[in-house]
Write a protein that binds this ligand. Structure first.
Ligand code: ADE
Length: 239
């Protein structure tokens, strides 16, 4: 059984979108993962297939109805048990560990909201996990769903190729990745750091480690703080 991505959206045409190309697209064609995008309007009410209504308590915009969303979630989870995720700027920030967790399971149902949001009760009743891709507001959850799916799909066995990219990359050890260089050895008067041409593997590894640490300390003090508190709490291992 391939890894299953199920999307509930008012804009099914947005899928698979960019995930139909490149590594993810190849893996989709190879059957490593599958994608279904369902139109929430199929479960809409009445002649107009209504999916939203005005917010109780007043305020701008429309809110997606819990009954409509519940029927849509039921329709896709009746056969398989999959975690349901709602993409929202109110959610906890998406992390690499979330992608790893979802990729290790059978798949995911992604609920994409529009308008001002969705009725909170269906999120509680269906134990929907709420995730954000960052502190900015998109016009809908669809691009965020594509981001989350990309992060998961590339971790599926057979998608990335067999190299060490997945274990060496940024975040795998809580640090940003070191900078990369390729030919030519000098370009527009800028030489590659000489250590990389030295052939001394241990020195290169040490240099890369320092570069990772410096970049993390300077660019992402939040990650650096988490990294240093973690490494100082690991008891010293006698060799
Ligand atoms: N929907 C709108 N903005 C979003 C964000 N930043 N993350 C996830 N879903 C969203």
């Amino acid at each position: 059984m391939s890894w299953q991505a199920v999307v509930l959206t008012l804009f099914p045409d947005m899928f698979p979108g960019p995930l139909g190309s490149s590594l993810a697209g190849r893996a989709l064609k190879d059957g490593i993962w599958s994608m279904q995008a369902h139109d929430l309007r199929e479960h809409g009410l009445g002649r107009h297939r209504t999916v939203d209504d005005t917010p109780f308590g007043g305020g701008a915009g429309m809110v997606m109805r819990p009954d409509v969303l519940d029927t849509a979630i039921e329709a896709v989870t009746a056969e398989v048990v999959l975690p349901v995720v709602y993409l929202t700027p109110r959610g906890r920030r998406l992390e690499q560990s979330d992608a790893r967790r979802f990729a290790a399971g059978p798949g995911i149902v992604l609920l994409c909201g529009r308008y001002e949001g969705v009725d909170e009760r269906v999120l509680e009743a269906r134990q929907v996990e709420q995730l954000s891709i960052g502190d900015y507001v998109l016009s809908g959850g669809e691009p965020a769903a594509l981001v989350l799916l990309d992060a998961c799909v590339r971790l599926l066995p057979g998608v990335m190729g067999s190299d060490d990219s997945a274990t060496e990359e940024s975040f795998s050890d809580g640090l940003l990745e070191y900078p990369h260089y390729t030919k030519p050895a000098e370009w527009q008067g800028r030489p590659v750091p000489p250590i990389l041409l030295s052939g001394h593997h241990a020195s290169i590894a040490a240099w890369r480690r320092t570069q990772s640490e410096d970049a993390t300390r300077n660019r992402r003090p939040d990650l650096w703080a988490a990294h240093t508190s973690r490494s100082s709490s690991i008891p010293f291992q006698q060799q």
